[in-house]
Design a protein around this ligand. Structure first.
Ligand code: NAD
Ligand code: FES
Length: 363
């Protein structure tokens, strides 16, 4: 919270600074322009210049109160969007689980516009990889967005090492289609591992839309469970599963889903986000029962605007771009095996780069 207070003070100074620069420019214009009027003698020029200044102070300055007033009412962030030289500073950081970090990033325009399901593409440094991250939450008043990052490669590892005061070089967004939110009755929201960070804003929006939300969080073990409290707040029922049984029910999220389906024959929709094998397995469980199922895909992305083709996926026999057509799709239409193969194609190179960098940082 200290960071938020610092941010607030910085914004106030930035706003006042802008007003001052603007007013000095006006003042110079009013006084100096008449001096360049070559037709008049020096006394006449000074007289016109001084009357320009008089008009400036008497008439234009009546707007001073209006421009300064927002600083006291706190509305200045809305009247002029804040932009600093450091574009996207990290305001706060929290480690949620081993190698999983939550970052609060200042990005006022994105915070204002984002909806559940949107993502951003970030770049930490000039030569850094462009990586997509779902916007987990936002605070439009303070102009911040929340990102949750798992270190699975060199670039994501670099990002989890950033600290408050560091910044992202670019944050592009909000990208992707927002999740269509409607009241369908009883829905199930499944988050597998770090996918819980992606399902959370959707579960929250579905709950706000009046659905009965049953949530499942699946993790390898107790240590790897994230956002349990947050998910509990937006769910009517929350089930935890762990692969090793160290917390909640022992087993995969699909075991819990089958149990829920047995108890709730009127399930409207299932939303599942996590590793691809998990989403494929969930789809395999709901397809025979005819339950509409949405998953969020995370293929390799570059530009995030539908131009490079890096994120192409096959859905219902057609080529789609996850960045503009998704990232959410009807799970029963997705060619999961093709996507798993594409996502694995750079795995060896990534792992090699990651291990090399870790070794270099240790020596
Ligand atoms: P993980 O491997 O620990 O799995 C999390 C849970 O998913 C497990 O506890 C289990 O309940 C379930 N699960 C996994 N495999 C399953 C299977 N075959 N059948 C049924 N259930 C299964 O998860 P993790 O290590 O946090 O996941 C990391 C992966 O998730 C990365 O590859 C990352 O790219 C991906 N991911 C995807 C998204 C997305 O938007 N789809 C978002 C974040 C991360
Ligand atoms: Fe380039 Fe989607 S990331 S088309």
């Amino acid at each position: 919270m200290v960071h938020l207070r610092f941010l607030e003070t910085r914004r106030k100074f930035s706003y006042i600074n802008r007003i001052c620069v603007h007013r000095v420019r006006l003042l110079l214009l009013n006084f100096l322009l008449p001096l360049f009027d070559c037709g008049a003698d020096i006394d006449e020029k000074l007289r016109v210049g001084c009357s320009g200044l008089f008009i400036y102070f008497c008439v234009l300055d009546t707007s001073l109160l209006l421009t300064v007033l927002p600083v006291f009412t706190g509305k200045y962030t809305k009247s002029i969007p804040f932009r600093s030289n450091v574009l996207y500073p990290i305001i706060d950081k929290q480690i949620l689980a081993p190698s999983i970090a939550k970052l609060i990033v200042e990005a006022p325009l994105i915070a204002k516009k984002r909806k559940a399901g949107n993502f951003v593409i970030v770049r930490a440094s000039e030569y850094g990889e462009r990586i997509p991250f779902t916007i987990v939450d936002s605070d439009p008043e303070n102009g911040t967005i929340t990102l949750i990052i798992q270190a699975i490669g060199k670039s994501s590892d670099d990002i989890t090492r950033l600290e408050p005061g560091d910044h992202f070089l670019d944050v592009v967004g909000p990208l992707g289609e927002a999740t269509p939110i409607k009241n369908s009755g009883t829905v199930v929201c499944i988050g597998g591992g770090v996918g819980t960070a992606v399902i959370y804003p959707i579960a929250k929006a579905l709950k706000n839309a009046g659905n009965t939300v049953i949530s499942i969080i699946g993790a390898r073990n107790k240590e790897m469970i994230i956002l349990e409290e947050e998910m509990d707040k937006v769910s009517d029922e929350l089930i935890i599963t762990t692969d090793d049984g160290s917390a909640g029910v022992k087993g995969f999220v699909t075991n819990a889903l089958q149990e829920i389906m047995g108890k709730n024959p009127d399930l409207a929709t299932v939303y599942a986000i996590g590793p691809l094998p998990m989403m494929k397995a969930v789809s395999g469980v709901t397809k025979p029962a005819g339950i509409k199922t949405y998953v969020s895909l995370n293929p390799i992305m570059m530009d995030g605007t539908g131009m490079c083709g890096a994120c192409r996926v096959t859905v219902g026999g057609e080529m789609k771009f996850a960045c503009v057509d998704g990232p959410e799709f009807d799970a029963h239409q997705i060619e999961f095996d093709e996507l798993i193969a594409r996502n694995n194609s750079y795995r060896d190179v990534e792992q090699h780069a990651y291990h090399q960098c870790r070794q270099e940082s240790q020596t």
